[in-house]
Design a protein around this ligand. Structure first.
Ligand code: ADP
Ligand code: MG
Length: 381
């Protein structure tokens, strides 16, 4: 039976109240939906943009069931929701993305194994013991990325090894089942966002070009200035994975360009930091698309209106005092988006700068310039 459309006026439940939940809620409220969120932190970023915040852990079955019973559909903005919670909620209302897709994505070992069956990935080994760690290092070489199976994000739960690292020290440090990947000579990092509705409709965004520092996204631009062959290939990969997973909602595919070809790094079943520029640059923002996809509405067009870039603002630059936002805002076309987080910590994503420009490269230059002004790195007054 075809899934019914969930019309404006209905209530959307969102698991997770971080910045992605906050921006999802803002888009949903603009379209006339009501929003309830669940997050363990009463001061989470989404607290002011939702009508009700349920303060509970992501493994609280009772609280998740209650959220489901008070919503017409449940979605999520974070991977680390316990499988039993999603399953219980799915007995009450549609959960999008559903428990089956989330089970594959949540665990890096399952995700990587799934990806390797469908699309090109870099060399990797699944490791569950010190002996397997030693075997993996002999296969992939001493320079690798060791990634914990569950719970890692923004480079956390990861170790970059070198010739001095030993199997026992890495195993001790990582502390559990993990994936050992060969360190790749990456020419560029890209991502591609795809939306899939329960109706089966699929829409793919133009790929984004992403720049990471210390394994955290620094800036990102849409569209990625890449040759049409790669753009086409990125779109095909995204469509293939979304269809194979039967995802309902959004799926962001992170890609590495290595030796002129694309390898899939990892998946995120939700809005993604690298598509914040879609808010200014695309006909339909990723957050509106998320709403449309989980409500089984017709998906929005993904075309670019104008190239756009974002630059992440991490908690580090709140030391010793809040950044000089007025300086950045003096630049034409530059916007500041802050997530309303109560405490700034090093490495914590507090907000981003964004700008549009006639070309992708100019958009990047604009946000870089704004960032330099904001942090005083330019030496300006
Ligand atoms: P996270 O879940 O923290 O985003 P990722 O697997 O995406 O974890 O890794 C974060 C970043 O670390 C990547 O965007 C990339 O810059 C770098 N990285 C990860 N894996 C590799 C690899 N195999 N080779 C080289 N760089 C990598
Ligand atoms: Mg990543």
């Amino acid at each position: 039976m075809a899934s019914p459309v969930i019309l404006p006026g209905s209530t959307l439940g969102v698991l997770g109240g971080g910045q992605l939940g906050r921006m999802f809620a803002m888009a949903a409220r603009e379209m006339g939906y009501h929003i309830r969120a669940l997050d363990p932190d009463p001061k989470c970023a989404a607290r002011f943009s939702v009508e009700e915040l349920i303060v509970a852990r992501f493994d609280d079955i009772h609280a998740t069931s209650w959220l489901a019973s008070q919503s017409h559909v449940v979605t999520l903005e974070i991977e680390q929701i316990a499988g039993e919670c999603l399953e219980r909620a799915a007995q009450i209302v549609p959960v999008r993305p559903g428990p089956a897709a989330m089970q594959i994505i949540r665990d890096r070992i399952e995700q990587k194994t799934f990806l390797a069956k469908h699309v090109p990935v870099g060399p990797f080994h699944v490791v569950r013991s010190e002996q397997e760690m030693a075997a993996a290092l002999t296969h992939v070489g001493p320079r690798c990325f060791v990634k914990i199976a569950s719970g890692g994000y923004d480079g956390r739960g990861q170790i970059e090894t070198n010739a001095a690292s030993t199997a026992s020290s890495i195993w001790e440090q990582i502390g559990g089942p993990c994936v050992v990947e060969k360190a790749l000579p990456i020419e560029a990092e890209l991502s591609v966002l795809v939306a899939r509705a329960p109706s089966g409709e699929v829409q793919v965004y133009p790929p984004a070009r992403n720049h990471h520092e210390a394994r955290i996204l620094t800036w990102s631009v849409l569209p990625a200035p890449i040759e049409p062959r790669l753009e086409q290939r990125a779109r095909e990969i995204a469509r293939e994975i979304a269809t194979a997973l039967g995802i309902e909602g959004l799926l962001c595919v992170e890609l590495f360009l290595v030796a002129g070809d694309l390898l899939v790094n990892e998946l995120a079943p939700r809005p993604h930091n690298s598509y914040h520029a879609s808010v200014l640059g695309c006909v339909t923002s990723q957050f509106e698309q998320h709403v449309r996809a989980v409500c089984n509405l017709p998906l929005g067009q993904t075309d670019m209106m104008r190239p756009a870039a974002i630059y992440n603002l991490l908690g580090d630059i709140w030391e010793p005092a809040a950044p000089a936002f007025d300086r950045a805002l003096a630049l034409p076309g530059v916007r500041v988006h802050l997530y309303g987080k109560a405490v700034a910590r090093p490495g914590r994503k507090m907000g981003h700068l964004s700008a549009t420009a006639p070309s992708a490269n100019e958009a990047v230059e604009r946000v870089q310039q704004a960032y330099a002004l904001l942090t005083g790195a330019s030496g300006g007054t």
